[in-house]
Design a protein around this ligand. Sequence first.
Ligand code: NAD
Length: 425
Amino acid sequence: MSVMVPSRTPALITPGQQALDSALHQLGQAAEELGLDDGLRTMLATPRRSLTVSVPVRREDGSLDVVQGFRVQHNVSRGPAKGGIRFHPSTDIHEVTALAMWMTWKCALVGIPYGGAKGGVSVDPTVLSTRELERLTRRYVNEILPLIGPEKDIPAPDVGTDEQTMAWIMDTYSVNAGYSVPGVVTGKPMTLGGSLGRTGATSRGVQIATLTALGRSPEGVTVAVQGFGKVGALAAQYLADAGARVVAVSDVSGAVHNSSGLDVADLRAWVTETGSVAGYRHADALAHDELLELDVDVLVPAALEGAITASNAPRVRARLIVEGANGPTTPEADEILAAQGTTIVPDILANAGGVIVSYLEWVQNMQAYSWSASEVEVRLRDLMEGAFSEVKSVAAARGLTLRQAAHVIGVGRVAEAHQMRGLYP
Ligand code: NAD
């Protein structure tokens, strides 16, 4: 038996189910390459713990909403579970499971002693007041309290959450514990035990991955970035700082283009002021789909899963795709792009900077100590470059794409951990 990707009616498939099917497909390929036995394949395809909770939220007008929340620990064979918390209206248990699985391989790939987890709440945070968001966060955390803890499962920011969310989680957990527990979350504000370098860590990792993949000076290299949030905006900034020409970016409200290169710092200030890239005065408006199909050297998808599919992949002209987002490319698109000669630096490598510095933050918290920004940066760079070089050699030795090689390494390490530990009882 191989890893089973469930059969679904295509028209009815949700984005979450699509993401989970992609994750299972990638696991199946790696398991085949590694020759794993059926029992182990099934274990790796199945989340260790999966919790769905109802989260009642009192709205400002006095009414009561009930939303669904999730926390999935996909695998804890190599250490405590680790993974972000997403607030997004289309988040469901399938999406959270896929994201947790990718976290497992990512942590193993970059060699940090964590398993993979993810959390989510099916809610649109942009329509909630700050007080509603705080009540929602605290109640959700209270519901998943039995699962999380600095030695069990450590959340972090993801789509729709930020360091304020992490501060509320840390406070809720600490109040329940009766003392301050900074190590229960990462991506916290500095004042609560956050780490220097965490805010831009995922984007710094995307920059390192891009420069490593290019293997030449980024001077004048053209870049388009889909998603201008925590990851995309700073990835655009760091790539521009390195000399690349960022010609287009998008967010959920629109896309903008300037072939001479965008002033990314000025655009970030515009977004802080207006909430969106749309309407930015020093660029032309662009359709969402057009951004993905621009004739650029590098495309950085940094929004959500399933951005590049079989239907638009043939029109993607970038020669290099660096996945800031998790799961932005479907397996069908992967095949089309590979045939077109496009290099893809896969999510579990390209966006690993976030969990690497989260790990460094947690280590500092556990030691009640803090490191300088340069210490953090050096360790991040070492782990990113080390993982990239391993992925490249496995890809070359086995004739695989970078994604397949990254999965072979990540899945292989987790499988080895299972084999060494044995099965209880
Ligand atoms: P975020 O909420 O800060 O930003 C998401 C951005 O994507 C926003 O600008 C939003 O407007 C935009 N967006 C949403 N739908 C879009 C669409 N259809 N077209 C264009 N833009 C769209 O989230 P984030 O933390 O930057 O996460 C982005 C991706 O990176 C996610 O896949 C996340 O899982 C992944 N990731 C995040 C981190 C992290 O540290 N935050 C780490 C690793 C991976």
